[in-house]
Design a protein around this ligand. Structure first.
Ligand code: F6R
Length: 598
């Protein structure tokens, strides 16, 4: 949700900020803007994608070596030039960019207006600029600290003042990272924006504020002005991981990266048994509760299946947004697993904190290293998918499943269960299996060509592949805007069957294995009503052909791994349908990568 980037150094700021913004665009993309210090403060901003705003307003015409920039995902106030960040106060001395939501902005705005401040936007953010203006008496940092103390809500901010050669940044609930380099300093809501300049990062914690001063001098304080010692951490990501590398879209690149990302999540963790570098307390818990949102919630459903069937420990799954508000009966006997690609999802973070407050042990299953959930959880298992830039989750989703499988196996070991060596052997073969599935790419594109004009799709699966149906449907709807529903196949006859006719493509996850015969019966029922069937089926299963309009074949693997194998064709199907429709696959409308607001 919204991207922030800031620079203080000796180079021209605008080109650096523009590059940073482009890398952050996946976080939100309805407006963009930049402010550069140049005696006064020069600002360019507008509604639209970054490159469109740049074409119109030529960011590079802003001259100066200190600046801030923003790409927006609107919360308060429609996307428009006036609502685009940076925002200023009454006298134009301050420019500020913000990620997050200021909950008490109405009260503050009324108060400031009664004191004579004139507002020019519909945003919650603008109260901050007026507050800083109000408190400014020559001490810029002090005025920012005072203003932040009035705020209830979440923020990652970068702010400049025309009389001060420094950038002030702060965070509370919205990510903010500072990049350090000799003679220069950077800040961003996401390390990928500044990774091309430095890998050395300082992660701000909630309630911290930092100044970026000439010579690359960075000082971090708390809101009460106490200077804090912060570690500089070296980020392991590479630049080529955040570039398209010849692929048409990030999403396609990330789909094709899955053999490698699956290797990475298993690396060093899979021997004769499982080695997870988490302390031994996992095994003591009597129940596991998994909380997550969106695709991560789908991987959680698979995790529940894996944990219960492999370790015998009872497991539950909840939407993080529901868990946090439903007075959950959770306590010291429970292990609460929070799954999040970004590690910043507001609801998941709040659910994790609620679980901690109630005495549960918490475990983060996270992709982004150093993210808030990773740091907040008692224990963690990184999924090592590398940066995921496409808004629709692909490689993070499959890596989450494997991380959960590793946790399930670890729990099984701790409960003295014998580990199925065939499963481990199929896990080792999984990257090669996925490479094989990806070879179906052209065939899937041809199917996409035939079905792209339909307005509704149904996805059906059973058991461990019921979540695959949910995830397949989610992928299609979020990037192609086609209405799609996922169901447990047996539920079809309790309602959705009424929708079936020749205009309704139904995607069946129909691998050989548990529940196969039952899925075949459901396919018969669809066929009898002239529905169009796309079947994901096991190689060598020829009987399924007569029931299906199209068959996508995948190699046989352990049931536990089948959700990873089966989702690849469904990711490709969604991708090609969206691309055929000419849609912006990596930046679907209304969505943003990291949902840091409720
Ligand atoms: C769908 C998708 C979202 C995220 C959800 C949670 O493709 O990406 O549904 O899965 O917003 O995000 P994280 O995993 O970052 O907590």
């Amino acid at each position: 949700m919204c991207g922030i980037v800031a620079y203080m150094g000796s180079r021209q700021a605008a080109p650096l900020l523009l590059n940073g913004l482009r890398r952050l665009e996946y976080r939100g993309y309805d407006s963009a803007g930049m402010a550069v210090l140049n005696g006064g403060i020069d600002i360019r901003k507008d509604r639209g994608r970054i490159d469109d705003v740049n074409r119109e307003h030529d960011f590079s015409s802003l001259k100066g070596t200190l600046g801030i920039a923003h790409t927006r995902w609107a919360t308060h106030g429609e996307p428009s030039m006036k609502n685009a960040h940076p925002h200023t106060g009454c006298n134009g001395d301050i420019a500020l960019v913000h990620n997050g939501i200021i909950e008490n902005y109405k009260t503050l705005r009324e108060l400031l207006e009664s004191e004579g401040h004139v507002f020019s936007t519909d945003t919650d953010t603008e109260v901050l600029t007026h507050l800083i203006e109000k408190f400014y008496k020559g001490d810029f940092l002090g005025s920012v600290r005072k203003a932040l103390m009035q705020i209830r809500g979440t923020y990652g901010i970068a702010v400049i003042h025309k009389g001060c050669n420094e950038v002030v940044v702060a965070r509370n609930g919205s990510p903010l990272v500072i990049g350090v380099k000799r003679g220069e300093a950077f800040a961003a809501s996401d390390a990928s924006a500044i990774l091309e300049h430095t890998k050395k990062m300082i992660y701000l914690d909630d309630g911290e504020v930092a100044t970026l001063k000439p010579g690359g001098v960075v000082t971090v304080r708390n809101l009460f002005d106490k200077i804090l010692e912060k570690n500089i951490e070296e980020i392991g990501w590479n630049l080529d991981q955040i570039e398209k590398g010849g692929f048409r879209h990030f999403m396609l690149k990330e789909i094709f990266e899955q053999p490698e990302s699956i290797r990475n999540v298993m690396r060093g963790r899979l021997g004769k048994g499982i080695k997870l570098s988490i302390n031994g307390e996992l095994g003591d818990r009597k129940r596991v509760i998994i909380v997550a949102c969106g695709s991560s919630w789908h991987s959680a459903l698979i995790g529940r299946y894996l944990i219960e069937s492999l370790s015998g420990v009872p497991a539950e799954v909840d939407y993080a947004s529901e868990f946090r508000y439903r007075e959950p009966l959770v306590g010291k006997d429970d292990l609460v697993i929070a799954i999040s690609q970004s590690g910043e999802t507001a609801d998941t973070l709040a659910a994790l904190k609620e679980a901690k407050r109630r005495g549960a042990k918490t475990l983060g299953v996270v992709n982004v290293v150093g993210s808030t959930i990773a740091r907040e959880a008692d224990m963690g298992v990184y999924i090592h998918a590398g940066p995921e830039i496409g808004v629709a989750s692909t490689k993070a989703y499959t890596n989450q499943i494997i991380a959960l499988l590793l946790i399930a196996l670890d729990l099984a070991q701790k409960h003295g269960k014998k580990i199925n060596q065939r499963l481990l052997s199929d896990m080792r073969k999984l990257p090669a299996t996925l490479e094989h599935v990806l070879k179906e790419d052209k065939k899937i594109k041809a199917i996409a060509d035939r079905v792209a004009e339909h307005g509704n799709f149904l996805y059906l699966g059973r058991g461990i592949n019921y979540p695959t149906a949910l995830e397949g449907a989610l992928k299609l709807k979020e990037i192609s805007y086609i209405h799609a529903e996922g169901y447990p196949a047996a539920e079809m006859k309790h309602g959705p069957i009424a929708l079936i006719d020749e205009n309704m493509p139904v995607v069946f996850i129909a691998n050989k294995g548990k529940g196969y015969d039952k899925i075949v019966s459901n396919m018969e029922e669809v066929k009898a009503r002239r529905g169009k069937i796309i079947a994901i089926a096991t190689e060598g299963d020829n009987s399924i052909k007569s029931l299906s309009d199209w068959v996508i074949r995948v190699p046989r693997t352990a049931d536990e791994l089948s959700p990873v194998v089966n989702i690849i064709p469904l990711q490709l199907l969604a991708y090609y349908i969206a691309d055929i429709k000419g849609l912006d696959v990596d930046k679907p409308r209304n969505l943003a990568k990291s949902v840091t607001v409720e």
